[in-house]
Design a protein around this ligand. Structure first.
Ligand code: R5P
Length: 280
């Protein structure tokens, strides 16, 4: 059975169709003191596929509860799909005294499952932080299917780390040119980018990144474009915190296309096909 977390309803439903599996009826409840209780009363079968984007602390805890509930209900094998893995960006110690948060959460999740599927993690090396086998799949190429008809498109990565995502979308789209900017991060919500030699004037530009969180990276990149014909944002994980969506609008973005690894109004592309491949 597919066992959805409350943060991954759409992806779990799409995955059930894609893999011809049933969806468990999960109850998401809370005690009067605020503690969560996620239960899977009707679980039956040998294998559970828990699908839960850990977009916040509550989702992390809910994922651990769902794994435990499935084991308690008799699941012999538990596969945990983490569509978007929270804390994965703290994948190292960047200042004295800091934790490797990605390792801490990966270890906790590993205690309750037999294998993990990660979708387009920010750093693929985060897979090594788990104590169970991990399959890493990339949903970026699926974004190409959502793009409109584009003339002479430029697929632009806002920083060097996003180049592989821009290349993947460009390849899947079938034609276009790729380039990237150089990013300097000044704080959690402020960045600056240095343009390359890219000629964007009059062109359809698709700015591609793995994550859009505060929108600082995207809006800085778009500010660096000289009079594009249209500007489209494509990302795998539309985290979109605070005023990110209006920040993109103010920057002149015409459309945002994203996958359902994080559920947002712009999550029109399902990542189910690549997860289904990993489950096979
Ligand atoms: C970092 O390198 C990631 O690829 C994204 O560029 C970053 O997480 C986006 O965050 P924000 O939207 O807050 O700039």
């Amino acid at each position: 059975m597919i066992v959805p977390g409350s943060t991954s309803q759409s992806l779990a439903a799409a995955l059930a169709v894609e893999t011809d599996r049933r969806v468990a009826d999960v109850a998401y409840d809370r005690f009067p003191d605020g503690e969560q209780l996620a239960a899977v009363p009707g679980f039956d079968g040998d294998e559970a596929v828990v699908v839960c984007a850990t977009v916040d602390d509550a989702a992390h805890l809910q994922l651990l509860q769902l794994q435990d509930a499935c084991r308690e209900a008799g699941a012999e094998r538990i596969t945990t799909v983490i569509p978007y893995m929270g804390y994965a960006r703290q994948d190292d110690v960047f200042d004295i005294g800091q934790p490797i948060s990605a390792r801490a959460v990966a270890r906790a999740i590993s205690t309750g499952c037999d294998r993990v599927v990660l979708i387009s993690p920010h750093e693929p090396a985060v897979a090594d932080r788990f104590d169970v086998p991990v399959a890493v799949v990339d949903a970026a190429p699926l974004l190409a299917g959502a793009l409109p008809s584009l003339a002479d498109p430029l697929f632009l990565a806002p920083d060097a780390g996003a180049v592989e995502f821009a290349d993947a979308v460009c390849d899947a789209y079938g034609h276009g040119e790729t380039d990237h900017f150089e990013k300097t991060r000044h704080s959690g919500s402020e960045v600056s980018v240095d343009p390359h030699d890219t000629e964007a004037a009059g062109r359809d530009v698709v700015v591609v990144d793995d994550i859009v969180a505060t929108g600082a990276t995207m809006s800085a990149a778009i500010d660096g474009l000289d009079k594009p014909a249209q500007t489209v944002v494509a990302c795998v994980h539309p985290v979109l915190v605070r005023n990110a969506r209006s920040r993109l609008a103010r920057a002149g973005v015409d459309a945002v296309h994203a996958t359902d690894t994080v559920e947002q109004p712009c999550s029109t592309v399902t990542a189910a096909p690549v997860v289904a491949d990993a489950l096979e």
